[in-house]
Design a protein around this ligand. Structure first.
Ligand code: HAM
Length: 426
């Protein structure tokens, strides 16, 4: 117990500096794509009142029923660490008066989310999402714009061999009859379903379609398809959406068993997976949620969006060995001898930093050779040497660490010597 107390909680992880370039890369590309399609950034609290997710995501979902970090705060209110962003963003849209702005409102956010499930590769209890939403728009072109944005983002990051699965699960007009039909079909074949499926049949027959157990597959594969049971407007919307995906040359596969795990979805649903997919491999998914605003106390407002898991995207970038820009290295490393040299090095490093150039130097009192070794190790481009000879002669020595070339200049010549656009020349 004593040791585990001082470890990161199960299902959470530290991002160490060597991994940080992956995060900055994914985040920067997300912001770039958001800008390209004119999405504004929103940030909502890490905590919400529990009702936002109970009502918004649905209390019969796995996420709400089993996975939420919910507790009473010191004032006695039930609060929840957000397990996702959509319900919170729609709450903020309503609370922030965004419904009276020109519609739709196009939003994106980068967030930390929490779900208490059994951790495994690609499944964490604390994880990060990229999230895009279009609120106040029923046009299927919005669904297509979001899918295209997600596809472009993943492709721009360097991911290859992805598959996009799509489906339509209807709306409150046509879905009840479809669910009744589905339930009848499962009841007629109940002997071939596992214990879990039988239990879930009574709660939410749609969710059975997600079941992965081999013994249930025969029945599930022959189940009626939601897309064959859509009402006229849902069918028109579905065909419209696929037509826009075709127009943008986004390759997709219809997966009639794709239903997604959150209750707010209506009509379009989709997921992006690596082609060699494992159990926890969806790199992102989304769908339309035309009933969500009403559930959260607002006027009927259509909406659609998606979220992608940043940890999973990074795992996939690593698996695919996609090149990621390395972290910026400091340009200049100061190496010194004696206290006077150290003080001068510190003073010069601060002047460089103030002038917008990155610089580093060693703390403590390590030997000059060790300091130059550090300069090499961190990938600095230039060493500025303030040794005993240099101090005596009021000079400094500049060493280009890539070529090994060296030259000595007057001690006040450094700033002039380095180009203001990062001082890479000696
Ligand atoms: P979701 O499918 O629950 O949808 O999550 C979206 C993505 O977040 C998943 O595809 C996966 O990449 C990542 N993810 C989910 N749970 C975990 C976990 N435990 N560990 C690591 N990554 C995870 C939503 O969250 C919806 N809010 C998406 C949406 C936005 N629908 C409409 N708008």
């Amino acid at each position: 117990m004593a040791t585990t107390q001082f470890q990161a909680p199960r299902g959470t992880q530290d991002v160490l500096p060597e991994d940080a370039p992956y995060w900055t890369y994914v985040e920067a590309e997300t912001r770039r794509q958001a800008h390209l399609a004119n999405y504004g950034e929103i940030r909502t609290p890490t905590l919400e009142y529990t009702a936002v997710f109970m009502k918004g995501v649905g209390d019969a979902t796995d996420v709400v029923e089993h996975e939420m970090y919910t507790f009473l705060d010191k004032g006695g209110d039930s609060v929840t660490l957000r397990p996702e962003a959509t319900a919170a963003i729609v709450r903020a849209y309503l609370q922030g008066g965004m419904s009276s702005r020109p519609q739709p409102v196009k939003l994106f956010t980068l967030l930390t989310a929490f779900r208490h499930a059994a951790p495994q590769r690609g499944r964490f209890r604390e994880f990060n999402q990229i999230d895009f939403e279009v609120i106040g728009e029923a046009d299927p072109m919005a669904d297509a714009e979001l899918v295209a944005l997600q596809w472009r983002l993943y492709t721009a990051l360097g991911l290859r061999d992805l598959s996009l699965e799509v489906n339509s699960i209807g709306d409150r007009v046509c879905r009840p009859a479809y669910i009744a039909k589905l339930a009848d079909y499962f009841r007629a074949n109940i002997s071939e379903l596992c214990e879990d499926c039988r239990r879930r049949l009574e709660i939410n027959p749609l969710r059975l379609l997600d079941e992965k157990k081999p013994e249930c597959q025969a029945v599930l594969n022959s189940a009626p398809h939601s897309a064959d049971n859509l009402c006229g407007p849902c069918l028109e919307h579905y065909q419209g959406w696929l037509g826009y995906l075709d127009a943008a040359h986004i390759p997709y596969t219809v997966n009639p068993r794709l239903v997604r795990g959150l209750d707010y979805y209506t009509r379009s649903v989709w997921e992006i997976l690596p082609r060699v997919a494992g159990a926890q491999s969806a790199l992102g998914g989304g769908g339309r949620y035309d009933g969500l605003a009403e559930v959260l106390g607002g006027r009927a407002t259509p909406g659609v969006g998606w979220a992608g898991g940043i940890e999973r995207i990074i795992l996939e970038l690593k698996d695919q060995q996609a090149p990621v820009p390395p972290a910026d290295r400091p340009c200049v490393y100061f190496a010194y001898q004696t206290d006077a040299g150290k003080r001068q090095a510190f003073q010069l490093a601060e002047r460089l930093r103030a002038a917008g150039m990155s610089a580093d130097l060693a703390f403590g009192d390590r030997k000059l050779g060790k300091q130059l070794g550090s300069a090499d190790r961190i990938g600095a481009q230039l060493a500025v040497i303030l040794g005993e000879d240099e101090l005596a002669n009021h000079t400094i020595t500049l060493k280009d660490l890539r070529t090994g070339e060296q030259k000595t200049i007057p001690e006040d010549g450094l700033l002039a010597e380095l180009r203001p656009d990062h001082g890479q020349t000696v």
